[in-house]
Design a protein around this ligand. Sequence first.
Ligand SMILES: Nc1ncnc2c1ncn2[C@@H]1O[C@H](COP(=O)(O)OP(=O)(O)OP(=O)(O)O)[C@@H](O)[C@H]1O
Ligand SMILES: [Mg+2]
Length: 494
Amino acid sequence: MQELLKLSGIYKSFEGVRALKGVNITINKGEIHGLVGENGSGKSTLIKIISGFIQPDSGKIFFDGKEVSRLAAGETTSWGVQVIYQDLSLFPNLTVAENIAYNEMLEKRTAFTDWKEIERIARNAMAKIKIDIDLHRLTEELPIGTQQLVAICRALTSDIRLLILDEPTASLTKKDINNLLSVMKDLQSKGIAILFVSHKLNEIFDVAENITILRDGMSVGTFPSKSLTNDSLVELMTGKALNQTRMARQTNSSKVILEVRHFSKKNNFKDISFSLKAGEILGIIGLIGSGRTELACAIYGIAPPDSGELFIHGRPVKIRNVRDAVKEGIAYVPENRLVEGLIQKQSVMDNLNAAIIKSLSHGGYVPYQRRLDHASQWIDRLNIKVAHPLVAVQTLSGGNQQKVVLGKCLSTKPSVLILDSPTVGIDIMAKASIHEMIRNLAAQGIAVILISDEIPEITHNCDRILLMHAGKIRAELDASTIQASDLERMMAQY
Ligand SMILES: Nc1ncnc2c1ncn2[C@@H]1O[C@H](COP(=O)(O)OP(=O)(O)OP(=O)(O)O)[C@@H](O)[C@H]1O
Ligand SMILES: [Mg+2]
């Protein structure tokens, strides 16, 4: 195979944080290359260097066999390198056609009112991956999986040789993931090389021929994926063997903490009733669009239901807003954590303390040491990779930002904890420790609602499972007896 891009001995520091310490990677022409590593291991930093978005401190770079002194943003595009970042960088209030044609129009300096040209560019790009999206829809109205395809189409408007995808599947449903993986294989068959980052190792094994592993800013190596197993890959990533035994769950409590009766909200969900006991972990499984997140938002007061009743400790309560919910001891970890859960410019410490600052307070004043101790304790417990608790949360890697939101919510000691897809974008080791933490919280008597579309996450951790589809509960299942394969089959029915 011929080399397309080679980086060797790449170093990069940010204000004293050494993000990359001698990284090597070679991407061959027309291959799908997986890039894996724990949260904060340097994957996104390496990608930003390849795209020319940031410059390395040192190291050599070869493109198409020739050494290049540096990768500059405009130059890499002209070589045919396109990056799709995790946030997709689409314009939500532009149409599909405008988004797809945007770069090309900029480059050609064509007027943005030349609708015929905009549509032609968009149609061409869509034809390349054989998809058909309504060109006149606003991008923000599309499901995230479709937005992902729009971002890919935009990358395909120019002659492309290397497509880089930084965690493209993190918030996609299974169907959208399969669709995306087959689009990737299709592009590869056209000779396009793809660099693909994911924490879902099965996807990496599915499509990648070679896998480069980063650990703590260093290259562990590049391996043919055929030479690796899931376990050996995890061991190379973490230096530890993964122990994924299912903990025996015991919930003998009969104390009902939360009861939802006949919750309905137009266009979202209908006639939802269930109860939740102290120490119980109730799984709600259902695809994006099943009404699961809307139900959580209703219980938490973000968007109250049109009708229905809520009881806490047997007492009828009215939750009209988030403040009411917090007062009743309900905590919620939203799915869209990076937007809803963090103040990016503030320190990791302030974000971790944000929800409990009152309880740390001594007559309105919270001693610095106490704030620092509390934050440091959560940094340790969740293994958050950060140089110091005082750095701004925006400098953390994606997965480590997720952990800060979790820490913030978990530290409130709620009586009901609602977690919406808590481990999306979190690496495999941290995931196992978050699962363990959730089970420990339940063991302390907290009632937990765990929303996810990841079947093993639900079957490994829950006591009882509600299957949601199109706004209704379709089945209630006992998690101790259900097989993952049965659950998968039931979900596929809808
Ligand atoms: N602008 C920055 N300022 C300071 N530190 C930074 C900056 N960008 C990245 N880092 C640090 O560099 C390290 C690597 O981060 P990077 O985002 O590359 O990790 P990652 O492998 O992509 O992780 P994840 O799986 O969580 O996305 C982290 O310790 C991060 O905090
Ligand atoms: Mg990243």
